[in-house]
Design a protein around this ligand. Structure first.
Ligand SMILES: NC(=O)c1ccc[n+]([C@@H]2O[C@H](COP(=O)([O-])OP(=O)(O)OC[C@H]3O[C@@H](n4cnc5c(N)ncnc54)[C@H](OP(=O)(O)O)[C@@H]3O)[C@@H](O)[C@H]2O)c1
Length: 243
């Protein structure tokens, strides 16, 4: 039985391919999104309860290989899983979609991390955050004029920063829809994590079309010495070899 650590569009695609190939697989979601789109394989939801809970799960489900297709910025689950699998001699694959690279006409500014955004974005700017709910509380250092944060589920709590608002929306978004949203809100800056992937690229193409500046937060480094794939078909091939 393969464990697929999920929570990304690519993980859902991979789950579909595994199901079609008849490979036994259980998908795992952290439970961050309230009502995630269903996966075409058996799915469990919620944290494992730390490293001990995770190891107990591996034993109980007789997991023979792990594909970690969590988000490139989900560093804790990746670090821990890679370490535990290495210690147990359990085959582990990190699937991580290719990073975005700027094209001609893009106005990208690289930030090392969230703290570094204040170096890049001048004061009194209108800023659109596409960095996820968890990052909004860390943006207090920005001297913004206005700030929007896009979230999948409508939060029950008020927006945590002054002069700002939630924007509720569930990906994927087309470039046309992103352009229409940006044309309406008129942000000066789009802030994104360098997550990579085809579907998330639409907001970057929309920003280029509208001449918006982009603050691109660099990826945290992946654990060293792990097996990695960037293409879903390559990950499927690995799964077939380890099923
Ligand atoms: N970070 C992002 O920007 C981002 C963006 C989009 C989607 N996501 C998705 O959201 C989830 C949480 O992200 P994060 O950055 O909070 O993760 P994280 O900091 O790396 O992990 C925190 C804890 O969440 C639980 N967890 C994470 N992924 C899990 C999974 N697939 N199945 C079961 N438990 C999981 C684990 O809890 P226990 O210790 O209890 O096992 C883990 O210790 C990930 O699955 C990721 O793919 C993250």
């Amino acid at each position: 039985m393969i464990l697929l650590l999920a929570g990304t569009m690519e993980a859902r695609n991979l789950a579909g391919m595994l199901a079609q190939s008849g490979i036994d697989c259980i998908a795992s979601l952290a439970g961050v999104t309230e009502s995630p789109a269903p996966y075409p394989v058996e799915t469990r939801v919620g944290g494992f309860g730390g490293a001990e809970g995770f190891e107990a799960f591996l034993d109980a489900q007789e997991i023979t290989a792990v594909i970690d297709a969590t988000h490139p910025f989900a560093t804790e689950i990746t670090r821990r899983t890679a370490k535990i699998c290495a210690a147990r001699g359990l085959p582990y694959l990190r699937f991580e979609r290719r990073e975005w690279r700027s094209r001609q006409g893009d106005a990208w500014h690289e930030a090392a991390d969230i703290a570094d955004l204040a170096r890049i974005i001048p004061p009194r700017q209108r800023i659109f955050l596409a960095t996820g709910r968890q990052t909004v509380d860390q943006m207090g250092h920005l001297e913004h004029a206005y700030i929007w944060a896009r979230v999948v589920d409508a939060p029950s709590e008020p927006f945590p920063l002054e002069n700002g608002a939630w924007v509720v929306g569930r990906p994927p978004f087309s470039q046309a829809a992103e352009e229409a949203l940006f044309a309406e809100l008129r942000p000066d800056w789009l802030v994104v994590k360098n997550a990579g992937g085809a579907s998330g690229r639409a907001k970057l193409d929309a920003a280029r079309a509208l001449g918006m500046s982009v603050a691109m937060i660099a990826r945290p480094p992946a654990p060293e010495g792990i097996t990695r794939r960037e293409d879903v078909l390559d990950a499927l091939e690995w799964a077939e070899a380890h099923a």
